[in-house]
Structures are given as structure tokens and as C-alpha cells.
Write a protein of this length. Sequence first.
Length: 289
Amino acid sequence: MAGFEQQGRYQERLSRVFRYIEQHLDEPLDLDQLSEVACFSKYHFHRLFSLNTGVSLHKYLQLQRLKRASYQLVFAQHSAIIDIALDAGFSSAESFSRAFKKHFEQTPSAFRESPQWPLWHQKYYFNDDRGVIQMQVNIVQVPDTQVAVFEHRGPVSNLNYSIEKFIGWRKRTGLSPIVSSATFGLAYDDPATTPSAAFRFDICGEVDAQVPDNPEGVINKLIPQGRCAKVIHHGSHQHMDEKIHYLYGTWLEASEMTLRDFPCYFKYLNFFPEVAEHELITEICLPVE
């Protein structure tokens, strides 16, 4: 029992570090500073950090900074590469390019032109669980919402390709302007338990009219009115699983409610990289009756 308690304390300290890094990524961070946050000696901290994540602290920090840079390259085409490099903490476009190519096997300009998202996705398979900070569930009544939908089908590592297509459709048609129309994601499957080829996820934007035929394959669907159990998630979309599993498991059993015939879905209130990952706000909605 004592061993499990100690492991839990260590995990809580590391979770504190992950949250600290996320909230201070634009500031200088080093081993001495982060070991103090974890309340470990720097020698023990670096070993525990590497054992937990599978990567060194230096690599972890660089990957986190390059993550935002990757999204800026693709989804903020107006931003100059040198500005993205400086924003990521690099002193020059050359040092940024070397680090980017080392991790993702593409130069920043090549990634901007044709991003290899599956390879990029593999670099972020490490354990950096921040733990669940809060879990307040509210029952809300939602109205019928007409949405334009791009149906992603296939590996979750290809999801950003589908997001690119849907954003392109939004910009080209102006039918679901991102500044004034709600954005949703319909989660039909759990990627952790679904074969990659069978994974389904709908990328949605609110509309007030029928979507005409289009080359992107965007179609109309309806998010139906009814009751939902809603949780607010703050932070990276990669760390929503704990809350989703809690809703489907512990909360649903205790509430004695039943599920409606509609998948769990997300309402995105802001977007990365326009805001830092720790500033993201997402509503997780589980349809119930």
C-alpha cells in the first residue's frame, strides 16, 4: 500500500510540472526551476521525468514549443516563418528549421506546403497526464443546431488533414464564418478502443441554411435538442479523456440517467494556436434523458 501511495504522490508532483510547463511555455524553463516545482532534487527529477514521459526534459520542452509552431505554419499562413520561429523561442529561422526537421523530417516551409501529420502525430505519444483538476457536471437543455459537417473517417493521426479541408471550405464559402458560428466535434468512437480504420469523427460548423454540393464533401446534419450533461474542459484537447471517461462511467451510473441516441460531442469556444493550449476552453456534452 505504501508503494502505491508513494507512486501517487510522485505522479501528482509530475502532473504539477506538466501544468506549470503548459502555463509558462513562453518563458525560460530549465531543470533547476522545474525540479523546484516538483519538489525533487534535479537529479531525481530528470530521471523520473524521463521515465514517465519516455523523453528527456529538453526534448519535451522543444516538442511543446514546436507543436504550436506546427499549427501556426499550417493554419496561420499569413505568419512569416521567422516570426513563428521567434515566437517558439528560437533565435533564428536557421536554428528553428534545424530543430523542426530533426523532429518531423520536414523543413518548416515543406511542412507548411504539405504537412505529414501522421509522422507529426507519432512524436506526441508520451505520457504527460496533468490529472483532473475539477469535474463539475451541469445538466443543460440544448436547442436544435443545424451544422455543416466534414466526416472524418480513418486514423486519428489523419484528423488534421480533415480539419484543413473543413477550414478551407469555411473560408471559401463563407457559409459558417468561424468568428460568428459555433464549432463542434461529434465523437462517435474512442480512438483508444476503435481500430484506426474504423474511427469516426465529424468536424462541424453552425449554419442557418442548407449546404450546397461542394468539392470538399461537406454535408448538413443536425445536433438535436434535448438534455446534455456538460463539463467544461480547460486546456489541451489531448487531455479530455479523463473527463469523458468519468461522464460515461462514474457520473452516468450515479445519476441514473440514460443516454440519448446521439454521440458525445464537443463545442470549441476558442482555438489553438490563436490561444495557448492551457487557455483552450471546450464544452464536453453527453446527450442524456
